[in-house]
Ligand binder design. Structure first.
Ligand code: ADP
Ligand code: ASP
Ligand code: MG
Length: 399
């Protein structure tokens, strides 16, 4: 009997009524003849609320204790969904990440899955039970509870799909798949029916919140097909979805999506002998992952995704002690990043010229640009990301 993994995100389980609708979907999958393993996120904005409480208690909460706190969100949902399934006459059992055999490294708040030993899940599935797993969490080799980075329930789902040799991995949220831009920012965004791993990985790493970047990287490595769907669509009718899998090279080159990311800090300083090494060492020690690292013309600079750094104030103080200037949301100097994702973007100057034209027409100063065939990223002022995203989308994706 085939196994399917279904993952339901925070908005899909925001209250008991919605958990009930999820339970109905799960029952339908079970009655269609599958073994069903369900991964759930924390209810609604629970993770943000728990993080907010921790930050009220301290501006730099210890990451280990954050993991103890944040992993609770998903535990609440898993138990409530199991209870809702029992109420529907189904036999279901819930497991935490550690009970599910999800083994991670010991990088608290941003851990990576190293191994999955899903024996208990397999046993329960073969007994005919529905298994509910708390997403976003695992256990390190030191038996410490870890979390997998924001949006990490997607990673749990893909990792379990690989470990259980599942027929497919379905990711349910409040959108019916991946669009050419965040539909909340660009109402004219276009639905994408099929896409390859690399393209979605570029989008996710550029800051598109629709799927977690680690999850896409995992799916690419393990060749797991992802079906991104909307929870509120009818179960039995044909609904729109995005299928993510290894894709034949596309003939059409050009821009496929535009992604804005305002949750970043820009770190930069003078480049002299030793300063790059000091920046890298400090970033490592403060557990600050650097993106878009550049060292040239006497300057070194990089971008930090703030969602991956819960103790930014402490990290920032350490970087500034080494002569690195840090900007972050809220300050006058703060920045955001707008990225064009696609293929063949640097084949000629058309995309870059067009991108600069749009920025100029909107009176937006571009502070720095990085370009590869697959992505062009522009650093602009903090409040300018949405306007530039809309302009670039209109130019490259709506023609
Ligand atoms: P969940 O809580 O279910 O994991 P997320 O909030 O993480 O859901 O992801 C879904 C959200 O991603 C949507 O509400 C949408 O606003 C946002 N999003 C950002 N970029 C895109 C995109 N390119 N396509 C679709 N949705 C996107
Ligand atoms: N609840 C976690 C978060 O908000 C994980 C997830 O939703 O995937 O980031
Ligand atoms: Mg998510």
């Amino acid at each position: 009997m085939s196994v399917i993994v279904q993952k339901y995100g925070g908005s899909s389980v925001a209250d008991l009524e919605r958990i009930g609708l999820v339970a109905d979907r799960v029952v339908a999958a079970k009655r269609a003849g599958h073994r069903v393993c369900v991964v759930v996120s924390a209810m609604g904005k629970t993770t943000d609320q728990l993080l907010g409480l921790a930050r009220q208690a301290s501006t730099s909460p210890p990451r280990r204790e954050l993991d103890m706190l944040l992993s609770v969100g998903e535990r609440t949902t898993m138990a409530l969904l199991a209870i809702a399934l029992h109420a529907r006459g189904e036999d279901a059992i819930s497991f935490t990440g550690s009970q599910s055999g999800i083994i991670t490294n010991d990088r608290h708040f941003d851990a990576r899955i190293i191994e999955v030993r899903p024996f208990r899940i397999e046993d329960e599935l073969s007994r005919g039970r529905i298994v509910i797993v708390a997403g976003y969490q695992g256990m390190s080799y030191r038996r410490e509870i870890t979390t997998l980075g924001r949006g990490g329930s997607d990673t749990t789902a893909v990792a379990l799909a690989a470990a259980l040799n599942a027929e497919r991995c379905e990711i349910y949220s409040d959108v019916d798949g991946v669009y050419s831009a965040d539909p909340r920012v660009v109402p004219a965004a276009r639905h994408i029916g099929t896409m390859g791993y690399e393209e979605l990985q570029e989008m996710a790493e550029s800051g598109a919140k629709v799927l977690n970047a680690e999850a896409v990287a995992f799916a690419k490595r393990e060749r797991i097909a992802i079906y991104a769907r909307r929870t509120s669509d009818p179960v039995d009718a044909e609904a729109r979805e995005t299928v993510v899998r290894a894709e034949a090279p596309r003939e059409a080159q050009g821009v496929r999506a535009v992604v804005g990311d305002a949750q970043i800090a820009w770190v930069h300083g003078a480049l002299d002998e030793g300063s790059l090494a000091a920046l890298l060492a400090t970033a490592d020690e403060a557990q600050v992952p650097l993106r878009e690292l550049r060292a040239e013309g006497g300057r070194v600079s990089a971008i930090v995704s703030l969602l991956r750094v819960p103790d930014w104030e402490r990290a920032r103080a350490r970087l500034e002690a080494h002569g690195v200037t840090c900007t972050a949301p809220g300050a006058d100097t703060s920045v955001s990043l707008v990225s064009l994702v696609g293929d063949g973007l640097t084949q000629d100057g058309r995309v870059l010229r067009g991108a600069f034209d749009e920025a100029r027409a909107a009176n937006i100063t571009v502070r720095s640009v990085t370009a590869t065939p697959f992505r062009v990223s522009m650093l602009v002022g903090a409040g300018e990301a949405d306007a530039l995203t809309r302009r670039l989308h209109a130019r490259f994706c709506e023609a």
